[in-house]
Every structure is written in structure tokens, then in C-alpha cells.
Design a protein. Structure first.
Length: 281
């Protein structure tokens, strides 16, 4: 199995979990993927020298795919392969398989954890992840603030607290506001990726969800901003993996993502690029 096949395998929707009850299935899938990876490496030896495998947070998919296209045009002969998923899920894959070239999670804490475990060496800060509340078009539950998520009867969708960056961040933010206990009682679904939360909103299966601001689509949903002093704004980093078999191109790609050209792409998709005084003060 080559790296293109492996990347496609990781992204198969069958292996995604959208509810708390599916956590065990996700663990079993992770083990299965690991066995396939080990078998493929044993059969074919090291991966192609002209490909870079990037573990990337699901909420960064669109800008990162465009950035990959630009990088491949600039660095002819180098192919970028992505594995998209929740930040914690990706870190578990990195720890288990110890292969790949670049890691770009949805928050700095995951990179710091990877550094502590000896998986990441060089890093760059790229953009910010700013949480906001989204509701179905028309805001049928009349959500006006984050406190409204604790009102009885409000159907809330959140990221899995132990999974994607948005889930961990949402729980911490609600705990700091003394709202976690009440809001968690209103949760109708915990998702494995931030993109799944958008599905709950678009299908009106939830009255509100906490997502990253850059994913807000004004045509299909409403947005309620969370004040800065109540919000859990995070820096999105990118880092190279110590077991990369193509360190030169891995570093080139990391630097390209963090460059002015890369940040232009993120700006086009609604991100605020790092550093920004309003978030650093």
C-alpha cells in the first residue's frame, strides 16, 4: 500500500465517529489502520521520496489543500498527501505509527504534547482558531450568547472533549465560565471532527454548536460571537516530525505554509493570521 492509498484509507468516512457511543469503534479502526500501515511498510520499505505525508486538523482542510496545490507547482516533483482528522486522533496515529513528515493540529497544545513525546522538532505559528457559536438559519432557538447554551431544552452539539481541538477547547472554555455542567446536559451529540458539527447545524439536528469562526457560512447558518474575555482563542501551529524521511521538503512545506503566500490563502478562507495584536495583547 503506497502513501496515497494510506492517506485515502485514513479519510474514509466509515472510520469517523460522530457520537460518544462510537468511541470504541474508533479505537478498533485505529488499531486496524496501524496493522495495515505496518504491513505496507514491511512490504514496500520506506515511502516514496517525492511525497510528504501531513497529519492535518479537519477544520483546516480547504486552505491546506489549496496551499498544497501551490507548493506542488513551486516544488515540482513533490506531492503533498494529507490525513485529515481530529487533532487528538492524529496525535495518536503519529504515536502509534511513527511515520510521516508534518503535523498541523487545531491548537498549540497538541504540538506541545508532540514535542514532549519527542515527535516534533521545528515549529511555526500560522493562524488563529477563534471559537464562535453557530445556529441553523434564522436562529430558531433565539441563541444570543454562550450562556444561552445552558438554557433548558436547547439542543447543543459539541466536539468530543477528548478528540478534536474544538472539543477540548469548548469544554475548557465552558468550565472557566461555570457553564459546563448545564451545557453538557443539553448536548445531543459529541463529534469527532469540527466539520461534523456543521452537518448537525445544516440539518437542524441541533440548535447551536461551537465551531471555529472561519467555518461559518452565512448562507446556511447564523453566527453569535463570543467576547474575547470569555473566548478560548488558540494559535494554530505546524511542525515537522522527527521520523520524516524527507526532512528537507518537510521543512520547506512547513515554511511555505507559514510564509506570506501561505497566509494569504488562509486569509481568503476567513482566518486571522499570526501574529495579530488584538489576540496577543
Amino acid at each position: 500500500m503506497d502513501r496515497t492509498t494510506l492517506s485515502s484509507f485514513f479519510q474514509n468516512p466509515y472510520h469517523r465517529s460522530i457520537t460518544r457511543q462510537k468511541c470504541m469503534n474508533r479505537r478498533l479502526v485505529s488499531i486496524l489502520v496501524g496493522l495495515i500501515l505496518v504491513a505496507s511498510l514491511s512490504t514496500f520499505g520506506c515511502a516514496k521520496e517525492d511525497s510528504i505525508l501531513v497529519y492535518c486538523g479537519a477544520g483546516l482542510r480547504e486552505p491546506m489543500e489549496e496551499i498544497a496545490n501551490q507548493f506542488e507547482e513551486e516544488e515540482e516533483g513533490v506531492k503533498i498527501l494529507y490525513t485529515f482528522g481530529g487533532s487528538a486522533q492524529l496525535l495518536s496515529q503519529i504515536e502509534l505509527y511513527q511515520t510521516g513528515d508534518v503535523y498541523m493540529p487545531g491548537a498549540r497544545s497538541y504540538i506541545d504534547s508532540a514535542i514532549e513525546r519527542g515527535f516534533v522538532d521545528e515549529t511555526e505559528n500560522v493562524v488563529y482558531h477563534v471559537p464562535c457559536i453557530v445556529t441553523p438559519k434564522g436562529n430558531p432557538a433565539d441563541i444570543e450568547s454562550i450562556e444561552d447554551l445552558a438554557e433548558p431544552g436547547v439542543r447543543v452539539a459539541l466536539g468530543e472533549p477528548a478528540g478534536p481541538a474544538i472539543g477540548k477547547n469548548s469544554k475548557k472554555m465552558l468550565e472557566q465560565l461555570d457553564l459546563w455542567d448545564e451545557v453538557s446536559e443539553n448536548v445531543v451529540a459529541f463529534s469527532g471532527t469540527v466539520n461534523e458539527l456543521l452537518v448537525y447545524i445544516s440539518m437542524e439536528q441541533a440548535d447551536a454548536a461551537i465551531v471555529w469562526e472561519d467555518l461559518y457560512n452565512p448562507e446556511s447558518m447564523e453566527k453569535i460571537e463570543i467576547p474575547k474575555d470569555m473566548n478560548g482563542i488558540k494559535v494554530i501551529p505546524i511542525g515537522t516530525l522527527v521520523f520524516s524521511e524527507d526532512e528537507e521538503n518537510a521543512e520547506k512545506f512547513m515554511n511555505f505554509v507559514a510564509s506570506d503566500d501561505g497566509k494569504v490563502v488562509f486569509t481568503e478562507y476567513g482566518f486571522t493570521t499570526y501574529p495579530d495584536p488584538k489576540y496577543e495583547s
